[in-house]
Design a protein around this ligand. Structure first.
Ligand code: SF4
Length: 322
């Protein structure tokens, strides 16, 4: 549910020698703010004005005075910034940076699912397209999902979409029955419980910290479960010195910066690949970020009716999570 502006990719020779300096200059010239998700490449995190999880990034997008928002994340995140800032230019370094979880909830199928359960309130995780947000009553993030569901009257049936793993976690934490949409994230579903247990044997002192998008067998081994921001805070406050991190490993860059004396080990994925990087998030690069700023594209645009319908449940979330 988005339109694109034609975008010509310049050659390597058009790139400046010092991208960090060039991006800093462009930021001033454009009156731009760079918002980056924790799962971005470390170089992108280092040029960002704000690094955070979905809730923090939404708040920053809602509050910014900048004229241009450069969103280093995936498409649904930049869309959220546009929903909140219709008159600002919102740039996404790579327009193909999508999300397997958002894609697992196609609007037509979800509309039929919702229509089959007309008495249900729809709570949607922010990792969904603007079209799904427009069909939702309240948006939530992994930081506030439990708190939001706890604020809904007990006799109100709820559809929770699109992530079934986060939905199961919310059911456990709230004791509520939720009707789950059967979506998932390819990154968080790919952690190997067997390899995690082997790692625990090798590092018995390490605490396992996990994102609630992980599957239940992995979450069962976790000493702490939380959003990326919550995992970062937990590691800072813990007396422990060693952590196995079960979420996209981009967050480890901020953990190591904040806690240089502590050890962070990325939880192992299934298969032979050594890491669990999100292929969508990693489409953004520092070069593409520079090019987006210098060319003021690719730009995120949205039909106004979808934007207005998607705005309401986001505003409800922001009001309920203050
Ligand atoms: S980590 Fe998963 S939920 Fe996050 S952007 Fe990548 S595919 Fe989507």
């Amino acid at each position: 549910m988005f339109t694109t502006v034609p975008f010509s990719q310049p050659s390597q020779s058009q790139l400046p020698d010092d991208l960090f300096e060039a991006i800093a200059t462009l930021k001033q010239d454009l009156n731009a703010v760079i918002l980056a998700h924790y799962y971005q490449d470390p170089d992108i995190q280092d040029v960002a004005d704000y690094i955070g999880d979905s809730l923090g990034l939404s708040r920053q997008a809602a509050d910014t005075d900048a004229e241009v928002i450069v969103f280093a994340g995936v498409h649904f995140m930049a869309e959220t910034a546009k929903i909140l800032n219709p008159h600002k230019l919102v740039l996404l370094p790579d327009l193909d940076a999508g999300c397997s979880l958002a894609d697992s909830c196609p609007p037509e199928a979800f509309a039929a699912f919702k229509a089959a359960h007309p008495d249900h309130l729809v709570v949607s995780y922010i990792n969904c397209t603007a079209a799904i947000k427009a069909m939702s009553d309240i948006i939530c993030t992994s930081s506030n999902a439990v708190d939001i569901v706890n604020q809904i009257p007990l006799d109100q049936p709820i559809i929770f979409a699109p992530d079934r793993n986060l939905g199961r976690y919310v059911m456990e934490q709230t004791g509520r029955e939720l009707l789950l949409w059967d979506g998932s994230c390819i990154v968080h579903e790919n952690f190997s419980e067997k390899k995690l247990v082997q790692l625990q044997v090798q590092h018995p002192e390490a605490e396992i910290i996990a994102h609630p998008e992980c599957e239940t067998p992995v979450l069962r081994h976790a000493h702490y479960i939380g959003s990326t921001t919550a995992l970062l805070k937990y590691a800072q406050q813990s007396q422990g010195n060693s952590f196995v991190v079960a979420t996209e490993p981009g967050i480890i860059h901020q953990m190591q910066k904040a806690m240089p004396d502590k050890t962070f080990i990325a939880a192992p994925p299934t298969g032979t690949c050594a890491c669990n990087e999100c292929p969508h998030m990693r489409l953004n690069t520092l070069e593409k970020l520079y090019l987006a700023m210098s060319q003021r594209q690719p730009e995120i645009t949205l039909p106004e009716d979808i934007r207005l319908a998607a705005l309401k449940p986001i505003e409800r979330m922001l009001a309920m999570s203050r």
